[in-house]
Design a protein around this ligand. Structure first.
Ligand code: AMP
Ligand code: MG
Length: 354
């Protein structure tokens, strides 16, 4: 890896300055790596039609070449640049839900470099809902490949500081547009099989997809390293902070008691303990010498999603060795939150109701 100086350009997230966008777009056209905000998380961008630029993304992230990238577009007209035999359903979904946190897996156009898709004959495409992302893609005049701008297995970045923490010196430029709005990645929907199938829950809730596609299926998310080769991006260890995460599930009252008991045991053993709490439950832990990070009120899943990765990174930076957190249900954004926590916990789940 050649180390480089990473330029940070602060950009107005709502009305990005044209000269800053032009500088970043020029870098993309030259095959360089440019991190930028989307409405979900920060992306690590490169020209999606340039195989060498794509290869640099994998190196910068330390991402295995078997894990495909999502290509980002700024208008529906760009979809035929990426995909062949586009089904009407893709157009309908694009018109309803784009720009937004939905990624569609389609048949790959031969002009799209194979390494974008990790050698598969499919391609993942999304139109992000962020003025900076849109301006950058338009100005670069090419679809932009952009996985989350973090080191492989780390929590996804929702601020420019998170990106620089992981990738400073490994990328050419970052457009700093402040914190991202949704905080978890896009929902990935595969339209290449006989049944439309969600491969990854994300910013568009399953319930919204069900209204539009009553038959939509949800893929089993692969758990072991052996199995993950067959299905990209499904590794159990993902979104992980350095601290061990323990996820609690079950009826609320016993869950809170069990979390408190566990925290007390760990503290008694001399461990630094972090707790990602729902705001309304903070008092339950307030007297413990643990590091609390409030995620938001239980009634506000978007707030919890928005603060999730920041919470994991923040508790890590305070040096805790264990992070305790509870399941907030699987409705709406809850499914994506559960998925990210389950992977951050690498499957360490304590089911108090069982
Ligand atoms: P990231 O951009 O880091 O959020 O990760 C992109 C994820 O999108 C991958 O890990 C896969 O889960 C999914 N993905 C991207 N391209 C494809 C594809 N061609 N087929 C199936 N899943 C894909
Ligand atoms: Mg990622």
């Amino acid at each position: 890896m050649n180390w480089t100086h990473t330029r940070r350009l602060r950009v107005d997230p709502n009305h990005p300055e044209p000269d800053l966008i032009a500088t970043a777009a020029h870098a993309v056209r030259e095959g360089r790596l440019v991190a930028f905000p989307t409405e979900t998380v920060y992306g690590l961008g490169a020209n999606a039609l340039d195989q060498h630029a794509i290869a640099r993304i994998f190196v910068a992230k330390g991402r295995p070449a078997t894990d495909p990238l999502i290509a980002h577009i700024a208008s529906l007209d760009q979809l035929p640049d990426l995909a062949l035999d586009i089904p009407q359903l893709a157009i309908d979904l694009g018109k309803r839900l784009w720009p937004g946190p939905l990624t569609l897996v389609l048949k790959r156009h031969p002009r799209v470099p194979a390494n974008l898709s990790a050698g598969r004959d499919t391609v993942a495409a999304r139109m992000p809902d962020h003025p900076v992302a849109t301006a950058l893609i338009q100005s670069a005049g090419t679809p932009i490949a952009a996985p989350s701008a973090n080191l492989f297995t780390h929590p996804s970045p929702t601020t420019a500081e998170h990106v620089l923490h992981d990738l400073n010196g490994r990328i050419d430029l970052i457009l700093d547009g402040g914190p991202t709005h949704i905080g978890v990645e896009s929902t990935v929907l595969d339209l290449t099989g006989s049944v439309p199938t969600v491969l990854r829950p994300g910013g568009v809730p399953l319930e919204t997809l069900r209204e539009l596609i009553p038959t939509v299926a949800v893929a089993h998310r692969i758990l072991s390293a052996d199995e993950s080769a067959a299905s990209p991006g499904q590794l159990l260890k993902h979104y992980s902070p350095s601290a061990q995460v323990i996820l609690f599930t079950g009826p609320v009252a016993p869950v809170l008691n069990r979390m408190r008991d566990t925290a007390q045991q760990l503290l008694a053993a001399g461990k630094a303990v972090g707790i990602l709490t729902v705001d309304d439950e903070r008092d339950h832990f307030a007297d413990l010498p643990a590091h609390l990070f409030p995620l938001g009120p239980l009634s506000d899943l978007p707030a919890i999603a928005r603060h999730l990765f920041t919470g994991l990174r923040e508790l890590d930076s305070r040096g805790v060795s264990v992070i305790l957190v509870r399941d907030v249900g699987h409705e709406g954004l809850g499914l994506a939150i559960w998925d990210r926590l389950f992977r951050a916990a690498e499957g360490r789940v304590i089911d108090v109701g069982a």
